[in-house]
Ligand binder design. Structure first.
Ligand SMILES: [Zn+2]
Length: 139
């Protein structure tokens, strides 16, 4: 009898949780705002589509350019930051999706003690320079 009563009491009791834990659970339940997560999903999709189309349809690089342009437009509209790995794969000026040795030339240069990776877009001729330390950390 005693054991059954004790078990019934335990079922009625709510689990003890601290104020901090409850706040954390509330935060988890709310999650990321849906508009932001939708935007990240769309950015991911567009980036993958740009990569796929620029490799599968090499005679028409406008597909890749169009999708990368859309990625930038979404980021500007939603005030989001583009991941550096995504950002380094397309030209900042003409939105061409970079395909190594086909539409880009890559050089490693030294300026003083620091090394830089220079990526030249062969479509528009612009050069983008990234510090080599940052690239090795993020990729
Ligand atoms: Zn370019």
């Amino acid at each position: 009898m005693k054991n059954e009563e004790k078990a019934a009491e335990d079922k009625n009791k709510k689990p003890v949780s601290s104020k901090k834990q409850r706040r954390f659970e509330r935060k988890l339940a709310s999650g990321i705002p849906s508009a932001t997560s939708d935007a990240f999903e769309k950015i991911n999709y567009l980036h993958q589509a740009a990569a796929l189309l620029s490799y599968q349809v090499p005679e028409c690089p406008e597909f890749g350019r169009y999708y990368m342009y859309n990625v930038k437009q979404i980021c500007q509209k939603m005030c989001l930051k583009v991941e550096p790995a995504v950002k380094h794969q397309s030209c900042k000026f003409c939105y061409t999706y970079f395909k190594p040795t086909e539409n880009t030339s890559l050089k490693i240069r030294e300026h003083g003690k620091r090394k830089f990776c220079e990526i030249k877009c062969l479509t528009c001729g612009k050069v983008k320079r990234y510090p080599l330390e940052n690239i090795s950390k993020k990729m």
